[in-house]
Design a protein. Structure first.
Length: 462
């Protein structure tokens, strides 16, 4: 058996509290309370751990999608969410192996806080955390942080690059064996094994060191989801997992090859970065059952909500005057957006190449924000994933269940056993850390020129 045939895929799951589909909350068991119910999240994460997923992933938003509550009142998407790091801290003690990934924006916080928070979570979880690095695409978020408008796309990514540099440098504040706890000689830590970052960059000045021991993983795993040119450059330099939204296997192959080819320029091998396209899937015991479930969700989708999803992807513009039975007028398409370029590109592709009516566009895009959801039986779904995996389009997948409870359970009970039968996915955890699940090396403390041994105020080495 060749190395390609023997390698196994990675599986993660993106958990929105009520699902990313704008209408599945209407089919949820307890739509009024699930979004802030810890028991709800605990059940989902334990289902994913039972299925041996690599990690669960929680996205985040720092503001309502629109300043007019009446316009977004019909959909719960990022309206009533628990803060991710608080949630991960609560989930860590009730899980034992599955990775725990949370989103924190580099645009509205400081690197020292983020480094300390994720180091703490990595200790609490025993080395199972990951940081999803985002620059925030929301046009309403800056109003919550004393900023009148959103910073330019390039400026947000420049800040993100230096931000990640500072955070990883702070994680290297201590050697792994710095805390000796020598009670006999009254020495709590070895001062030679503590390092001052003393970062003085374009945007940040951070002395350090971090006031917590080095994380169990060395560095918590870094995830990114940017599909723009700036996003791909940042990912090639800093990310260890990329979450993508490619709608075809050909586009996924092109993205995979493009990003992997950039790694050597940063002294990295292709194995140091795992690419996980989103898997927008609906599984049933039969194909007919899967299609019936998806149709039932789509039947609950209010057209105002579907239109609002498209408006948001186009930069929160107003499209309420467009007739639903006519094609989208190309002259109303923005030339660019200062937000989520991946979703915008998928929308432009759908409009220009498939030319659906505006009503069809709204419904199809609202279901997954990239294209149509694949509905099928377990064998058909496994065939689809295997084809992408073996075609050089993916190292694994980010499953996006439309209805969190039901669809995650169905995937775990129906698709995962089929993947295991084919030897494509693990049947048991072989590691206790997320880096171990992903086959990523544990980084050693960096030999950085700007990291110096801990010194006293007088400048003498202690």
């Amino acid at each position: 058996m060749s190395e390609t045939e023997s390698r196994q895929m990675h599986l993660a799951v993106l958990l929105h509290p009520l699902g990313p589909h704008p209408a599945t909350w209407r089919a949820a068991r307890s739509p009024a309370t699930a979004a802030t119910s810890f028991a709800h999240y605990a059940e989902l994460v334990q289902t994913a751990e039972r299925a041996k997923f690599d990690f669960v992933f929680f996205a985040d938003a720092l503001a309502l999608r629109n300043l007019d509550p009446a316009k977004i009142r019909r959909s719960p998407h990022f309206i009533n969410n628990l803060e991710p790091l608080t949630l991960l801290g609560a989930l860590a003690p009730i899980t034992s192996h599955i990775g725990l990934a949370g989103t924190v924006s580099t645009t509205y916080v400081e690197p020292y806080n983020v480094a300390r928070q994720f180091a703490s979570l990595d200790h609490i979880s025993g080395g199972r955390t990951a940081w999803n690095v985002v620059t925030s695409t929301s046009v309403t978020a800056p109003l919550n942080f004393g900023q009148p408008t959103q910073a330019a796309h390039a400026d947000r990514y420049r800040r993100a690059r230096e931000f990640v540099e500072v955070v990883t440098g702070l994680w290297d504040s201590w050697d792994d064996d710095a805390f000796v706890a020598d009670t006999e000689n009254a020495v709590y830590f070895d001062p030679v094994k503590c390092h001052i970052l003393d970062h003085r960059g374009e945007l940040f000045t951070v002395r350090g060191p971090l006031n917590i021991a080095r994380p169990p993983q060395g560095h918590p795993v870094i995830i990114q989801a940017g599909g723009s040119e700036a996003g791909k450059i940042l990912a090639a330099e800093t990310a260890e997992v990329i979450f993508t939204n490619e709608k075809s296997v050909q586009k996924a192959r092109e993205f995979y090859s493009d990003v992997k080819s950039r790694l050597p320029a940063f002294g990295r091998s292709t194995d140091e970065l795992k690419i996980l396209p989103a898997a927008h899937l609906m599984v049933g015991r039969t194909t007919q059952e899967a299609k019936k479930k998806l149709a039932a969700y789509n039947d609950l989708l209010h057209l105002d909500v579907a239109r609002e999803v498209v408006e948001d992807a186009m930069g929160a513009i107003d499209l309420s005057d467009l007739p639903m039975d006519q094609p989208f007028p190309l002259e109303r398409l923005p030339k660019s957006v200062n937000g989520g370029t991946t979703y915008f590109a998928a929308l432009v592709d759908m409009i220009t190449n498939e030319k659906p009516s505006f009503g069809e566009l709204c419904q199809r895009f609202a279901s997954s924000r990239v294209g149509d959801v694949l509905a099928g039986n377990p064998v058909e779904i496994a065939d689809h994933l295997e084809h992408w995996f073996r075609s050089g389009a993916a190292d694994g997948f980010m499953f996006v269940p439309l209805h969190p409870e039901q669809d995650l359970t169905d995937f775990a009970d129906l698709v995962v056993p089929e993947l295991q039968r084919r030897g494509l996915f693990r049947s048991k955890y072989e590691s206790d850390t997320l880096r171990g699940h992903l086959g990523l090396k544990r980084p050693t403390v960096g030999q950085r020129a700007d990291v110096s041994p801990f010194r006293s105020a007088a400048g003498e080495k202690r």
